[in-house]
Write a protein that binds this ligand. Structure first.
Ligand code: KG4
Ligand code: ZN
Length: 397
C-alpha cells in the first residue's frame, strides 16, 4: 500500500510517500518521494523554535511540499476532466482550516484542479510537539483525507523516531526491510533522545510500548542547546557542541572542568540533565575569559558526561529486560560520539539499530513507517470521524 505522511511537530515541514508491504512479520518499505523544508534559519535569531512562526511557515510550505512530493513519487498532477470533478466540500474545508485560513483558497484550488493520487492512506503526526505547529499539519491532513476519501492515520511522533532506523538501508537499494523481524528481535529497547524527549522505551512487540525510564527535567537535546547558549554558540546547539568536542584532544590527566554525572547510580532508569546544565553555568561563570580552547574542553567534558549517563542507564535496562535489540532515535542521535558508543555495544546477542543521520531529526518517512504499522493494527479513522482528532502536544506512548 502507498502511504502519504505529513510531519509538522516542530520546525520541519515534511511530507513523504512510501510503499509498504509484508505486514508486521516481514515489513518492507520503499521511499517513493520525500520532501523536507527546515525552518532552522528562521528560528536561529530567536535562539529556539518560536511556535507562532513555525505555524506560519508550515501553512506556507505544506502545499508546495505536497505538490513536490506527489510529482517526485511519480504521480502526475493530472488535470481532471469536468466529469471527474469531486464534490469539494468548500464550507467544511473552510471550517477545518479556520485557524490556518491562508491555506484555504490555494488548497481548494489544488484539490479542484487535480485528480486524486493513487495512495491508500494519509498519516500525520498528532503529537507530541508544539501544538500550533501540530494543528497545521493535522488539519491539512484532515482535508486531504476528506476530499480524497482516504483513511486517516494519526501517528505518535516518538513512535516515528523509534522506526526511523527502517530508512537506513535506503542508500543501498532504495528499499529497506528487516528480515526475520519477529525472530530474535523482541524485546527491543528504544533510546529516544531529542530536543523535547529523553526516554527508554521497552518494546515487547510493534505497538506494545512501555516507558521504563525518562528524564525528570531537561531533555538531552535541550541541555545541549542551553549549554551551547552559555558558551555563546548558535542554535541548535547540539551540532555546535559536538563539533567543539571533537576538536578537543583529551589529556592524560582528568579535565580541569569536571562535571557531574547526574543520577548515574540511582536504582531506576531515569535521567536528569538540569543539574549538569547548571554545573556548566557555574563553571562558565568562574572563567574570566572563555577562549576557544576552554570552550572545546567544556564541550568535551559535557558530552562525555551525557554519554556516560545515557550508556550506563541503557545498559542497565538492557540487562534487566533481557533486551535483544537496541534502537536509537531522535535528533541527538546525529551525534558522532553517541553513535559510536552505542554501535560498539553490538554483539551476537544484541542488535543495534541506528538511523542514518538524515533520519535522526524530524522527517515524514518515519511517520509513514509508523503509520503503516498503525494501519495494520486498524488504528485509523474514516475521514469524517477524523475531523474530531485533536493535536496533543504531550501525547504519550
Ligand atoms: O528530534 P529533533 O530533530 O527534534 C525534536 O523532536 O526535538 O531533535 C532536535 C535536537 C536539538 O536539541 C539539537 O540540538 C539536537 O537534537 N542535536 C544534536 C546534534 N544534532 C542535533 N545533539 C547533539 N549532537 C548533535 N550532533
Ligand atoms: Zn522529533
Amino acid at each position: 500500500m502507498k502511504i502519504l505522511a505529513i510531519e509538522t511537530s516542530c520546525d520541519e515541514t515534511a511530507i513523504s510517500i512510501i510503499e509498504a508491504k509484508g505486514g508486521v512479520k516481514n515489513p518492507e518499505f520503499k521511499i517513493l518521494a520525500e520532501t523536507i523544508i527546515s525552518q532552522i534559519n528562521i528560528h536561529k535569531e530567536y535562539g529556539g523554535v518560536f511556535p507562532a512562526l513555525a505555524k506560519r511557515e508550515h501553512s506556507r510550505n505544506l502545499l508546495p511540499v505536497l505538490k513536490k512530493t506527489l510529482t517526485g513519487a511519480g504521480f502526475e498532477l493530472k488535470v481532471k476532466s469536468s466529469k471527474l470533478k469531486v464534490n469539494i466540500k468548500r464550507e467544511q474545508i473552510s471550517k477545518i482550516l479556520e485557524k490556518e485560513s491562508e491555506m484555504i483558497e490555494p488548497l481548494i484550488n489544488f484539490l479542484e484542479k487535480y485528480e486524486i493520487p493513487k495512495i491508500d492512506a494519509v498519516a500525520v503526526t498528532q503529537g507530541p510537539g508544539l501544538e500550533p505547529a501540530l494543528w497545521t499539519g493535522l488539519n491539512f491532513a484532515k482535508v486531504l483525507s476528506l476530499v480524497w476519501d482516504k483513511p486517516f492515520v494519526p501517528v505518535n511522533h516518538m513512535e516515528g523516531h523509534l522506526f526511523a532506523f527502517f530508512a537506513s538501508q535506503k542508500k543501498q537499494n532504495f528499499q529497506f526491510s528487516i528480515f526475520n523481524f519477529q525472530k530474535n528481535f523482541f524485546p527491543a529497547l528504544g533510546l529516544l533522545v531529542s530536543g523535547g524527549h529523553t526516554e527508554l522505551v521497552l518494546m515487547k512487540d510493534i505497538g506494545k510500548y512501555k516507558i521504563v525510564g525518562q528524564t525528570r527535567d531537561d531533555a538531552v537535546g535541550e541541555a545541549y542547546d542551553k549549554v551551547a547558549r552559555m558558551l555563546g554558540l548558535s542554535y541548535p546547539g547540539g551540532p555546535e557542541i559536538s563539533k567543539l568536542s571533537e576538536q578537543y584532544k583529551p589529556k592524560k590527566m582528568a579535565s580541569k572542568y569536571k562535571l557531574p554525572r547526574p543520577m548515574l547510580n540511582t536504582p531506576d532508569y531515569d535521567f536528569s540533565f538540569s543539574g549538569l546544565k547548571t554545573a556548566v553555568l557555574y563553571t562558565v561563570k568562574n572563567i574570566p575569559k572563555l577562549t576557544p580552547k576552554i570552550k572545546q574542553e567544556i564541550s568535551y567534558e559535557f558530552e562525555q558526561a551525557v554519554v556516560d549517563v545515557l550508556l550506563h542507564k541503557t545498559k542497565k535496562a538492557i540487562e534487566k529486560y533481557k533486551i535483544k535489540t537496541l534502537i536509537l532515535g531522535g535528533g541527538v542521535v546525529a551525534n558522532k560520539k553517541i553513535r559510536k558508543t552505542f554501535q560498539d555495544m553490538g554483539s551476537e546477542k544484541l542488535n543495534i539499530l541506528i538511523p542514518d543521520i538524515e533520519y535522526t531529526g524530524d522527517n515524514a518517512t518515519m511517520i509513514a513507517v509508523a503509520g503503516y504499522f498503525r494501519f495494520l493494527d486498524k488504528k485509523y479513522l474514516q475521514p469524517e470521524k477524523a475531523l474530531k482528532i485533536k493535536a496533543n502536544g504531550n501525547l504519550n506512548f
